[in-house]
Every structure is written in structure tokens, then in C-alpha cells.
Design a protein around this ligand. Structure first.
Ligand code: SF4
Ligand code: SF4
Length: 385
């Protein structure tokens, strides 16, 4: 992880909200997300009904596979679609499953796709690439010479993608929040989402059912937190609020859909195992607003570029249990406790990673986790990561 980014991020974040304001917002967010997840079924029904009343087509997909099938039907024979950054859509692996070419319109995603190297960070996917590496990837993949300077690269990407975005028939985005009253809220800094959700004839939104909150007042709290904890901004550059397809009644009060914006809005809500998780002891993982703050301040992510994950056996044991993620989470997800509880579950199944077994053996045999160390030697293996 880029150290300059982390230092600047912490500074910006503390300027955007005082610690008292931040704590108040965390409490409110925790409560509103908890209520939403405790009433998930009701929230999903209400959101579906409101969106449909607004003229959207809504699909409830039980699994990622069902979501892909719906996408195929909506996209039809289109040759390419323009897409914004979305971790939910990324999990569908649509580039392998759809016939249409997927054009990434987020600068970071576009660059990461060209370079074939994507950082796992949910907000900054090209953070680990240098200007030189990006310029080289553009030369190799698109045969264009671009000076290895950030502003020149952005200028090139802007011009390259503009034409694609303006001529696409289908725009595909995620959603940061959906309300039970029928609003889809998507925030961004670049402006690509504003274009691809408005200009193509069809706008498809794919989101997990855990993105639903009660109303716009709650949605605004999520937007604020996503900006502050995500990038240290006071507020995102753009907040798109979409309630339905574009329409006009300007001619004789005749209602026509598709004036200047999207003619059709399709919303695919993915369930996966979320109803089950919502009833279990790890339900707080559904509170996540994907801000990425837990990545920014995690010592393991900063050292090895991979964030520990409570439910993943190998990745759980990489966690140092330092609590940074829990203390910095705007929705108060107690990841640290989740790591401990999952470990207890793994221990019951007698599942312990090889490296940890070795460390325990070494402590028993040599009194240290590294094994036999002769005078002046450094340990051959550290077993930590
Ligand atoms: S508790 Fe684990 S996951 Fe969280 S910040 Fe510390 S090392 Fe990272
Ligand atoms: S767990 Fe918390 S800090 Fe991490 S991405 Fe989700 S909301 Fe942000």
C-alpha cells in the first residue's frame, strides 16, 4: 500500500469530520443498518414494489448465476456494454460469462484491466501501479504512446472512454444504496457513472439486497460515511439518485418514457446467502458499505496486499487481531471479534493452518516460534505471512 496515500487519507478524514461527529454518525449508521438487516425481507419487498411503481424492472436473483441469466436476457445481442466500478458485479465474473465486451469506465478499473493487475482494495483498484507501468500497459494493449504522468494518462483515458460511453446502448452499474421508497443512489468522483446511467438506452443496476435502507435520510448518511471513510472527502463529487426511467409529459401531457436519460431501468437484486447470514451470529458483515477503510489501516494488507477475512480459513489466521479495522469501520462491524469467533469454530473442527501448527511445535520444542536458531543466524521462516 502507498504510504503517502495512508498518511494523507488519515489527515483528510480527520478534517472532514470531528471525532465526536464521526462517533455520532457511526452510531446512527450501525442502528439503521441493523434495523435494515433485521427486517431484510420486508425491506426487499418494499424496495421492489416502490421501484416497480416508479417504472423500473426489478428481478430478485437467488444467486449470482441467476443474476447472470437475467443480465444475458436484458443485454441481448449488444456487442459491448459500459460498466462502472462495482464489487458486487466483479464477483459475477461477467467478462468470462457474457458474450458482450465489457468496457470498464472507472479510470482505476480501466487501467487495472489493461495492466492485468488488480489491487484487491475495493475503492482504489490501480493503486499499486506506477505511472511507468500504466504507460507501458497502454502502449502494449492499445499501441498508444502516453507520457508516464498522471495527468497525461487521465487525459488519454478520458478521451478513449468518452466515445465508448456515448455510443453504448447498455450501461451497467452497482448501487451504493437503494431505499425502500424506490431510490437508487450511486456515488462517484469521476463522472463516468453519471454518463453511463443516463446516456445509454438501458441502465442496469446490480446490487445485493443488503444495500437497502429505509429512506433518503438514511441513504444520505451512508453517502456521507462512504465519502469520509472511503477517501477522506467531506462529500463525493457526484451523487446520482435514480428513481426510474427518464420521462416527459411536455407534449399534451402524454406520458413518454425515454426523454434524455435511460429509457429502461433494470434492477437486479441478488440474495445469495444473505437471508441466512442475516439470522446468524455474523450478520454484521451485511452492514458493510464497502468504503475500504478497513483495508487502508490494516497492517497485514499494508504488508502483503491481501486483507485477512474472518470466514476464510487461511486468510483468518493471517490477522494479527490488532482491531484497527473494527475501530475504523463506519458501521462498527466488529471484524476483530468475527476473527476470534471464526477461529473458535475452526478450532472445533481441528482446522489450524500448517504454518501455525509449525509455530506451536517450535515453541514447544525450542521455546520460540521460529525453530532452531544457531548463534548469529536469522530465522529461515517467520510463519507470520
Ligand atoms: S484485526 Fe486483523 S484484519 Fe483487522 S486491521 Fe488488524 S490485522 Fe487487519
Ligand atoms: S467492513 Fe467497514 S471499514 Fe471495511 S469496507 Fe465495510 S464498512 Fe468499510
Amino acid at each position: 500500500m502507498n504510504k503517502k496515500f495512508v498518511t494523507e487519507y488519515i489527515e483528510k478524514r480527520s478534517k472532514a469530520l470531528s471525532s465526536k461527529e464521526a462517533e455520532e454518525l457511526r452510531d446512527k449508521l450501525y442502528n439503521l443498518k441493523k434495523t435494515a438487516i433485521d427486517n431484510l425481507d420486508e425491506y426487499v419487498k418494499k424496495a421492489k414494489s416502490s421501484l416497480e411503481k416508479n417504472g423500473c424492472h426489478v428481478y430478485l436473483a437467488k444467486s449470482n448465476q441467476e443474476a447472470i441469466e437475467e443480465l444475458k436476457k436484458i443485454i441481448g445481442d449488444e456487442k459491448y456494454i459500459v460498466k462502472s466500478k462495482s464489487n458486487t458485479i466483479n464477483k459475477l465474473k461477467i467478462d468470462e460469462k457474457l458474450k458482450a465486451e465489457i468496457v470498464e469506465t472507472d479510470t482505476g478499473d480501466f487501467i487495472a484491466a489493461l495492466a492485468g493487475k488488480k489491487d484487491p482494495h475495493p475503492v482504489i483498484p490501480a493503486l499499486s501501479l506506477t505511472e511507468k507501468e500504466i504507460s507501458k500497459a497502454i502502449k502494449e494493449k492499445l499501441s498508444k504512446d502516453v507520457e508516464p504522468k498522471a495527468e497525461k494518462i487521465v487525459e488519454f483515458v478520458r478521451n478513449y472512454l468518452r466515445e465508448k460511453m456515448l455510443s453504448a446502448k447498455v450501461g451497467l452499474t452497482g448501487a451504493n444504496v437503494i431505499t425502500t421508497q424506490g431510490q437508487i443512489v450511486i456515488l462517484e468522483n469521476e463522472g463516468n457513472i453519471s454518463i453511463i446511467s443516463h446516456v445509454p438506452e438501458k441502465h442496469i443496476v446490480v446490487a445485493g439486497i443488503d444495500k437497502i435502507v429505509k429512506d433518503m435520510d438514511e441513504a444520505n448518511k451512508v453517502v456521507k460515511a462512504a465519502a469520509v471513510w472511503g477517501t477522506g472527502q467531506d462529500w463525493p463529487n457526484y451523487v446520482n439518485v435514480i428513481s426510474g426511467p427518464s420521462k416527459t409529459g411536455d407534449i399534451q401531457n402524454i406520458h413518454i418514457e425515454g426523454a434524455h436519460g435511460a429509457q429502461e431501468v433494470h434492477v437486479i437484486l441478488i440474495e445469495n446467502d444473505k437471508y441466512e447470514v442475516a439470522k446468524g451470529k455474523y450478520k454484521d458483515k451485511l452492514f458493510c458499505i464497502n468504503c475500504g477503510a478497513c483495508y487502508d489501516l490494516c497492517p497485514v494488507y499494508n504488508a502483503i496486499g491481501q486483507i485477512p477475512k474472518p470466514s476464510d480459513f487461511e486468510r483468518n489466521y493471517k490477522c494479527t487481531l490488532c482491531s484497527n479495522c473494527a475501530l475504523n469501520c463506519p458501521v462498527k462491524i466488529d471484524r476483530q471479534s468475527n476473527f476470534r469467533n471464526n477461529r473458535k469454530d475452526f478450532n472445533k473442527l481441528e482446522k489450524i493452518p500448517q504454518a501455525n501448527k509449525k509455530m506451536i511445535e517450535n515453541v514447544r520444542k525450542y521455546g520460540n516460534p521460529f525453530g532452531e536458531i544457531k548463534d548469529g543466524d536469522t530465522p529461515k521462516e517467520l510463519y507470520c505471512c
